[in-house]
Design a protein around this ligand. Structure first.
Ligand code: 7RM
Length: 650
């Protein structure tokens, strides 16, 4: 870090402001900014009120016990997450309301009402109990996006078992490591799943993983594709056969607020994946209340978050937050591009989706295939859009606003992490004027700031580290099996604060602009530049679809900027265009950010959740052997890219 504690220079400035449309304001769940004042004056009273959204078997004794960096929320309280997401809705007219609308990639579909979902969850809870699963036992779920996945999660929650969802796109090794890390006894998987018209061989992967996961006693297999699989007698059991014998009711356990609900692994920049532990009470209070405020959920909504349930976004905002609110949730199994690039728009029109929440990387790929695809479909049901996962460049924001929201829908740019469990920084859609590219302000009850290495707030407009200064209910409680790493990595880096690992700047209005991970920072001639800012400038050029910027060592400047650029269909990747792009960055940011090199590529290396793996691009630019590629969506593409880069470098 620099001696003055100067963390990051913020160079891009976006001045457009979009006010919430009057029609939206009038019907919004949160109409008055008083909630911010109330929450900051008396945070515990605010969170107690939020907890009042839930059903508690026993009320908590204390809202918060904060023994830095250990938090206990709603201690003494007893509740059950599946009871809150299901049972209590059955006492109302919602019993026959659609809870899940499910669409398979091949075009099959089904609807589960709250009553249906309740019945399936009860039966599966009974199945798990019958197999000897008890409170606190860990259960791994390795499933496609089919109803069995949320059913199994809610069934675990019902009996107090701790679920560990492993994204269905992960490999056998990744599954094995995660199961062994947490000591799983039961694995729930499927024969296969559909993706881009192909079958993902989940059971085959699971069989490989199980060869080196001796602690797993039983494997429950849901039938999705019907393809031939190996079945080991005594260990493997069919989901449908177990369910056929299960009783229709299985009582919910009364869980302590601080009992763990799930473990979800997240990859750090280095080292093995961390098992992030989330608990019962605080997590559900946090996700239920933010789903209500940020997505403005109403009973009439058809809500669609496109994230896979295997990521935190799917846990918090496909399953728990929306179902705790009694919402109708759409789940789509497959790829946005199958069978054609307009599948999402076709689904929105088919079901009359009102709230649509997706990732910037998806939006940029929609931009690339062009506005004609959404233009062909009736998207008039949409009333609110959201984004999550990475900073959204203003051009993509404005495209989303114009071509998907058709200038009617506010966009909630929601900043949060696996570790935070719930959205922490986001607009409230009926209240907050929007600036494209900014997640705007911390939600009520959240205290966030931008600071230097010593924890001192940096002046407006200056870059620094994004930190959170007060505990919040859905915060991670520990890393499974490694409490020391929890303290060190998140709470000791900046004195007194939760360290997010993100760089940000705050503008004069107090709006936060997330600049990306601080390990994605480049230091050119003493200027620390967020790679995202350069990327944003590149994507601002009409020829560019997507850009990833990294640095390689440079004798004079310390580091030099290398831009990997994907251009739009039908445009030629010429040396002239490369020069034009360099000039464009200079125009948008300044000469200090001028890329040394612009390298055109058809594909950028991405994780399966769509995050660009800049670490691999750095390896390529430095001519090093590639590091760990096991989390890549397409490991072959990165090798081609490396060869092409080496050839051009001569
Ligand atoms: C929800 C999720 C967390 C990291 C986080 C940021 C980046 C997420 C935004 C964002 C800018 C956003 N969890 N990030 N949301 N950056 N604006 N709205 O993605 O654990 O997988 O990733 O993602 O860098 O630290 S995550």
């Amino acid at each position: 870090m620099s001696p003055e504690g100067k963390a990051l220079e913020a160079l891009l400035h976006e001045n457009r402001v979009f006010n919430p449309p009057q029609a939206f304001v009038e019907q919004a769940n949160i109409k008055s900014s008083e909630v911010y004042g109330f929450a900051s004056k008396d945070p515990e009273a605010y969170w107690a009120q939020a907890a009042g959204r839930l059903h508690w078997f026993r009320r908590w004794d204390r809202v918060l016990e904060w023994d830095y960096p250990k938090a206990r929320w709603f201690d003494g309280g007893l509740l059950n997450v599946s009871y809150n997401c299901l049972d209590r809705h059955l006492d109302s007219w919602r019993r026959n309301k659609a809870a899940l609308i499910w669409e398979g990639e091949p075009g099959d579909s089904c609807v589960l009402t709250y009553r249906d979902l309740y019945r399936e969850v009860n039966k599966f809870a009974a199945v798990l109990r019958h197999l000897g699963v008890k409170r606190g036992d860990r259960v791994t779920l390795y499933l496609p996006m089919i109803p069995e996945l949320p059913i199994a999660m809610l069934a675990c929650a019902r009996i107090g078992a701790v679920h560990n969802v492993v994204f269905g796109g992960f490999s056998a090794e990744a599954l094995r490591d995660r199961m062994n890390d947490i000591g799983t006894k039961i694995l729930i998987t499927a024969d296969g799943g559909y993706r881009k018209g192909n079958i993902v061989p989940l059971k085959e992967n699971a069989d490989l993983a199980l060869e080196q996961a001796p602690g797993v006693e039983k494997v429950i297999v849901a039938k999705r594709t019907g393809q031939k699989i190996n079945f080991r007698q005594g260990r493997d059991l069919w989901w449908h056969e177990l369910m056929a014998l299960a009783p229709p009711y299985s009582p919910p356990e009364e869980m302590e607020a601080e009992d763990p609900l799930f473990i979800l692994h997240t990859s750090g920049t280095t080292g093995k994946p961390k098992g992030v532990v989330h608990t019962t009470g605080g997590y559900l209070v946090g996700t239920a209340t933010t789903a209500h405020m940020v997505f403005d959920l109403k009973d009439e909504d058809v809500y669609w978050c496109t994230a896979d349930i295997g990521w935190i976004t799917g846990h918090s905002y496909v399953v728990y937050g929306p179902l705790a609110n009694g919402a109708t949730v759409l789940i789509y199994e497959g790829s946005p591009e199958y069978p054609r690039p307009d599948r999402f728009w076709q689904i929105i029109a088919k079901y009359g989706v009102t709230i649509f929440y997706t990732a910037p990387t998806a939006i940029r790929s929609f931009m690339r295939s062009g506005p004609a695809h959404p233009a062909r479909h009736d998207l008039s049901s949409l009333r609110l859009l959201g984004t999550v996962g990475e900073p959204i460049n203003p051009e993509a924001w404005v495209w989303y606003y114009n071509h998907i929201g058709r200038q009617r829908c506010p966009i909630v740019d929601t900043w949060w992490q696996t570790e935070t469990g719930m959205i922490l920084i986001s607009p409230l859609p009926g209240l907050t004027p929007l600036k494209p590219g900014s997640a705007t302000r911390p939600l009520p009850g959240i205290v966030a700031d931008v600071v230097d290495d010593y924890g001192r707030p940096v002046p407006p407009g200056k870059g620094g580290y994004l930190v959170i200064k007060q505990p919040w209910p859905a915060m991670m409680r520990t890393i499974y099996g490694d409490p020391e790493r929890y303290s060190r990595q998140y709470w000791q880096r900046i004195p007194g604060c939760y360290f997010t690992g993100d760089g940000a700047r705050k503008d004069a209005d107090g709006y936060i602009w997330v600049l990306g991970r601080v390990d994605d920072v480049i230091n050119v001639s003493g200027h620390r530049i967020g790679t995202m800012e350069v990327e944003s400038a590149l994507v601002d050029h009409q020829a560019v679809a997507e850009a990833a910027v990294i640095s390689r060592s440079h004798a004079i400047k310390g580091e030099a900027i290398v831009a990997f650029v994907t251009i739009k269909d039908g445009i030629e990747p010429t040396p002239e265009l490369a020069n034009e792009l360099k000039a464009h960055v200079v125009k948008k940011i300044g000469a200090l950010a001028r890329p040394e090199e612009v390298f055109f590529t058809a594909e950028l290396p991405k994780t399966r959740s769509g995050k660009i793996m800049r670490r691999l691009l750095r390896d390529i630019a430095e001519g090093r052997a590639l590091g760990d590629v096991t989390t890549l969506a397409d490991p072959a593409a990165v090798n081609k890219l490396r060869q092409a880069y080496a050839a051009e470098e001569g």
